[in-house]
Design a protein around this ligand. Structure first.
Ligand SMILES: Nc1nc2c(ncn2[C@@H]2O[C@H](COP(=O)(O)OP(=O)(O)O)[C@@H](O)[C@H]2O)c(=O)[nH]1
Ligand SMILES: [Mg+2]
Length: 447
């Protein structure tokens, strides 16, 4: 028989109200033991909670009758005064009544196991709890509502249809030509392959909304990277001095741009150095920036004529160059360099990072850029690395199915089955215990 579990559902510490929730078969018994008369399901009732003759608190008691509850089991919530002693007394009483403290994510895991949520929706719940920006909130809520699930369900339906056609060809090999029957599965599979390709092309979008869009500030020492960072985040996050080589480790600062979470990294100036600490900083700077979504190459405008475009950091098309120190730079020289850089497909902005308000233009341009990169008309097909990996795996099986289909019908059918299985892992229809453990253990206790 399943345990009945309990946990504090609200944050620990002094608060106006604290919510302790319980779930499992002993719910009714426990509610009546503590609160006396059991309130009707889904109606809050004010009750004096008592245990072993001692009053614990006056609380709102809310009870749910399984399966119409979050977990799908009988469940209840006690809304008590949010003092530590009150919460402790109630939790001790629950333990004394034979209940067990829930593991992290155990309520949601039960909801999953009772079919109230699929795995992607459960992950959405965790993301909603962690959401700090508007875009994270929107995405997580969409995922809880099944926006990701619906796409995978549709894909699985397509696969099941194709599989039926392939199996017909296997089962009735005498009917006309099995190859001809199998060929009927082809258009559906081809269409699905191109949908998955489109999803894979923007596979990092959902992930970036969730974990943050990464922008690296790179460039020579003293160009003004730390000044730009501080200006953008509007506080002194990085040390600024006139001494080249001041920033050695990566300073990663989260900020919100246009409702999106962004990670801005100030890095050690790229130069050859004998200082081992600085050299390690330069190595980390290169790694971080090569994995970033956007690189801002900060250039010292005062020395702009010395700039060797081929000596710059490794940039990709779409990266930006910020020519800084325009207050002391020669505008003609700067615009000549800007022209050369634009011809290489780079975006160029000129600023004076030290002048108050000058970075607003750069910030506004970054907001537009991030919004453009992360907003999309469709809900992303992947919001975690886990999803992207399974999606790639599914695509590989599908490619194999398409190459053998018509020649080896049975092999094609097996590959279609494997494709469906890989997709099923995303929503948890095919559940591997280790995946579930990993997903739910990242939850907080009480959810
Ligand atoms: N004149 C002028 N000096 C600047 C500007 N931005 C930064 N600096 C100065 O350039 C020096 C190096 O700046 P810092 O941000 O530490 O450069 P980093 O090594 O690239 O991080 C400091 O003395 C800054 O005050 C600017 O727009 N104009
Ligand atoms: Mg610096």
């Amino acid at each position: 028989m399943t345990d009945t579990i309990f946990a504090l559902a609200t944050a620990a510490g002094r608060a106006a109200v604290a919510v302790v929730r319980i779930s499992g078969p002993a719910t009714l018994h426990v509610v009546s033991a503590l609160a006396g008369k059991v309130p009707p399901a889904r109606l809050a009732a004010l009750r004096r909670l008592k245990h072993r003759g001692i009053e614990l608190d006056e609380a709102l008691v809310l009870r749910f009758q399984g399966p119409a509850s979050y977990t799908g089991e009988d469940a209840a919530e006690f809304h008590v005064h949010g003092g530590r002693a009150v919460v402790d007394a109630l939790m001790l009483a629950l333990a004394d009544l034979g209940l067990r403290l829930a593991e992290p994510g155990e309520f949601t895991r039960r909801a999953f196991e009772n079919g109230k949520l699929d795995l992607a929706q459960a992950e959405g719940v965790a993301d909603l709890i962690d959401a700090e920006t508007e875009a994270q909130r929107r995405q997580a809520l969409g995922q809880v509502g099944g926006a990701l699930t619906r796409r995978y369900d549709r894909w699985r339906d397509l696969l099941v249809e194709s599989l039926a056609m392939l199996e017909a060809a296997v089962d009735f090999p005498d009917e006309d030509l099995p190859e001809a029957v199998a060929q009927r599965a082809r258009p559906g599979l081809v269409a699905l392959a191109s949908e998955i390709d489109a999803a894979l092309a923007d596979v990092s979008r959902g992930h970036r909304v969730r974990d943050g869009y990464r922008i690296a500030l790179v460039g020579a020492p003293n160009a003004g990277k730390s000044t730009v960072l501080n200006g953008l985040v509007e506080r002194e996050a990085a040390i600024v001095t006139a001494i080249a080589g001041t920033t050695r480790d990566i300073i990663e600062v989260p900020l919100e741009l246009g409702g999106y979470r962004v990670l801005l990294a100030d890095t050690a100036g790229l130069r050859d150095t004998d200082d081992v600490v600085e050299a390690e900083g330069v190595r980390r700077a290169r790694t971080w920036s090569s994995e970033a979504d956007l690189r801002l190459w900060i250039v010292d405008g005062f020395h702009v004529e010395q700039l060797d475009l081929d000596e710059g950091p490794v940039l990709s098309a779409g990266d930006w160059v910020v020519i800084n120190k325009m207050d002391i730079a020669d505008p003609a020289a700067a615009s000549l360099v800007a022209k050369g850089l634009r011809n290489r497909g780079l975006m160029v902005t000129t600023v004076s990072a030290r002048a108050p308000g000058e970075l607003d233009r750069l910030k506004a341009a970054l907001v537009d850029h991030v919004t453009e990169a992360l907003s999309g008309s469709e809900f992303p097909a992947a919001t975690r690395l886990r999803h992207a990996e399974r999606l790639r795996e599914a695509r590989a099986f599908l490619a194999r199915a398409l190459s053998s289909e018509g020649l080896e019908v049975e092999l094609a059918a097996e590959d279609v089955r494997l494709t469906a299985r890989a997709l099923g892992r995303i929503t948890g229809t095919i559940d591997a215990e280790d995946v579930l453990d990993r997903v739910f253990s990242s939850f907080c206790i009480g959810k």
